[in-house]
Structure formats: C-alpha cells, structure tokens
Design a protein around this ligand. Structure first.
Ligand SMILES: *Cc1c(COP(=O)(O)O)cnc(C)c1O
Length: 356
C-alpha cells in the first residue's frame, strides 16, 4: 500500500512533480538543456537570497559534503558536531585526509557561536562545517549567529553548511549571513525524488578552492565553472530531476517564500504541542526544528508496532536515529506536507495509541 511519508527524507512527492519528470529526454549539450538550467538557477538563487553561484550535482548530499571539505582548507577544518549528521561531516573530512578537529555538544544541544569562537580563537582553522538542521535530534543550529561571529572575527574562515533537511523549508539568507557553501539534496524540503543536490558557493569559497591542491574533480568548483556560464554541467546532469525541480521551484515561489517558511513553523508547532501533551521533546526547546520533531518515547510504546499500524492507514514516520531507536521517534513536517496532513497523522497516532 502507498504510504504518505512523514519521514525526514525522502519526503512525500506530489503527483504533479512525479509527472514533471516524465517529459522527453533532451541532450545535455543541447540548447534545450541550457535553457532549463538557465531557468532554474535564478529561482534557486531567489530561494537562497543569493547572487552567487548555485551548482546542481547529480549526487546525494553526502557526495557534495565530501567535495566541499576537499576544497575548503589549506590549514585545518573545524567540524561542529551536535548529532549524527554533523558527525558524519567530521567522518567525511577525516576520510579525505583533510586535517581537522571536532567540537561536540551532547545530542539535543545546539552548537553555539560562543563554542565556535572559543575553538577558532586558536587560529588553527580556515573553515568550519556546521549542520543547519540536525535531522537526528530535531534541532536547528543558530547558523545565522554563528556566521555573524565568524564573518566579524575570522574573515578568512569559510562557513560550510549542511542544510540538507532545512533548505526550502527554513529561511537561509546565504549572502546576508555570509555563508560560503550551503548544500541540500532535493529529497527533503524540496519534496523531489532523490538524486540531485543543490549547492550555493560563495566567490570566497571558489577562490579558496583554487589554492587547495588535489581537491578532486567531480565536485570541483573550478571544473563546474568551465560550464557554468554556458548553463551546463561538466558531467551529465540529472536531467529528469532538474525538469521536476524547475516545476517545483515555480510552485515554491508561487506559494511565497515567507508563506513556505511559516507553513513549516505552523506544522512544527502542532507536532511540538502534541509531543508536549502526550510525550516529551528531545531537544533543547530554544532550538526546535521547524522541519522535523524528535519525540521522546516517554510512554515506552513500540515505535516499530506504531509504524506498522500507521502503514496500514497509509502513513509512515521514523524511528529514533541510531542509538535513539525506540527511545525516540521522529515526525517530519517538511516539503509539501500541509497542516491538514499533520493533523490527520496525529489523529491516526492518537487513535492507534488510545490517546486524546
Ligand atoms: C539526509 C541528510 C543527509 C544525507 O543526505 P544524502 O542525500 O542521503 O546524502 C545529510 N545531512 C543531513 C542533515 C540530512 O538530513
């Protein structure tokens, strides 16, 4: 049976968007493709409030995270960890042999500007990685404030942001905040099928990349730049997904960006209020995510059984991530889901568990 996805990726994809992929194939060196990329790129720049470059990679987000750390540093990278996904960026940095250290806060806590300041004050680092929205704990880091600190006190430090579960659901002002790399796969808040990653890159980051030897090829900004102005990509792009992205961006802009950010906040509030009433929230209340809520399983229910019952009713939520399995469960409220969808889901859960 078809299940509506209330999981933090892949998210529910509307039929219209699925259909938007089903158009005749075009050659990626043909004018039709250049027209497509030329059409979609300014829409993405609008979404990210940026006038700098936005690349499209045929890759999941993890690949683009790898490419980003390979091009970011001639000194050392500081990885800011607050959960499983921000930890992954540390693993990726180490696995690529890029010198790095990590600062880590307990799960459910945010990375703060103060902690970043303390680490950067050693003067060893020229790039930081930070997750905007930590999907494993349901927490949004104060990236705007972290970026303000870095831009003011450490102008040479690049800010790399994993915005995978936030971009297109949370307002990110790439230029005004002074970010350098901000990436997201489209299977989360963009509500598209997986396989494509959007990545904004500052002129400062492109300049840095040129100074880093052996910074790779597939994700390299200088390689991407050989085709960027011709509205192409060096390797074959995910054409069908970009067709769908172009349609989806029209819908996102038609909804209105402020309305989209507000819809995510509205959905989050409903889930948070419900979680407070019947369970508890996992993460620091000051940093709760507008796109995914991690609920503490204070009632000791079987999350697996709950999800099996939900499946019979056509819905799916997520278990806790990693060691939080069965101790927590996660409800995603991202992408094209609506307040009505969320209310329906919570009614189903209340009915199954005999709550309310
Ligand atoms: C889903 C997710 C990822 C991994 O994305 P892929 O597209 O599967 O590579 C990375 N970071 C965060 C915060 C995520 O939510």
């Amino acid at each position: 049976m078809y299940k509506k996805l209330f999981i933090p990726g892949p998210t529910h994809v509307r039929d219209k968007i699925l259909q938007a992929q089903a158009v005749p194939m075009i050659g990626h060196r043909a004018k039709e493709y250049a027209d497509l990329q030329a059409a979609v790129t300014p829409k993405l720049q609008k979404l990210l409030y940026t006038e700098q470059r936005v690349y499209l990679y045929a890759s999941s987000s993890t690949g683009v995270m790898e490419g980003a750390v390979r091009q970011a540093s001639t000194k050392k990278v500081l990885n800011c960890i607050c959960g499983a996904f921000s930890k992954r960026w540390h693993q990726i940095t180490k696995a690529n042999g890029v010198p790095c250290d990590a600062i880590e806060v307990p799960m459910g806590q945010a990375t703060t500007p103060e902690a970043v300041d303390e680490a950067l004050s050693k003067g060893e680092y020229d790039a930081i990685t930070v997750v905007l929205n930590e999907t494993s704990t349901g927490l949004t880091n104060p990236v705007k404030e972290i970026a303000a600190l870095v831009r003011e006190k450490y102008p040479d430090v690049l800010i790399l942001v994993d915005a995978v579960s936030g971009m297109a659901g949370i307002k990110i002002e790439f230029d005004a905040w002074g970010l350098d790399v901000c990436l997201a796969g489209v299977q989360k808040c963009f509500a598209l099928p997986p396989g494509l990653t959007v990545c904004a890159v500052s002129d400062r980051a492109r300049e840095r990349a040129r100074q880093v030897p052996n910074h790779g090829y597939y994700f390299a900004y200088d390689v991407m730049d050989k085709k960027y102005e011709a509205h192409q990509t060096p390797a074959t792009p995910a054409i069908s997904l970009i067709q769908a992205l172009n349609v989806q961006m029209d819908d996102i802009l038609a909804e209105g960006l402020e309305n989209r950010w507000q819809r995510h906040k509205d959905m989050a509030k409903i889930v948070q209020d419900w979680a407070r009433k019947y369970f508890a929230l996992y993460s620091d209340e000051r940093y709760l995510s507008p796109t995914v809520t991690n609920v503490k399983n204070t009632r000791g229910i079987s999350v697996k059984d709950l999800n099996a019952e939900l499946g019979k009713r056509g819905a799916m939520i997520s278990n806790g991530y990693g060691e939080l399995k069965e101790k927590c469960f996660r409800i995603a409220h991202m992408g094209d889901l609506t307040v009505d969808d969320i209310n329906w889901l919570l009614d189903q859960i209340n009915d199954i568990l005999g709550l309310g």
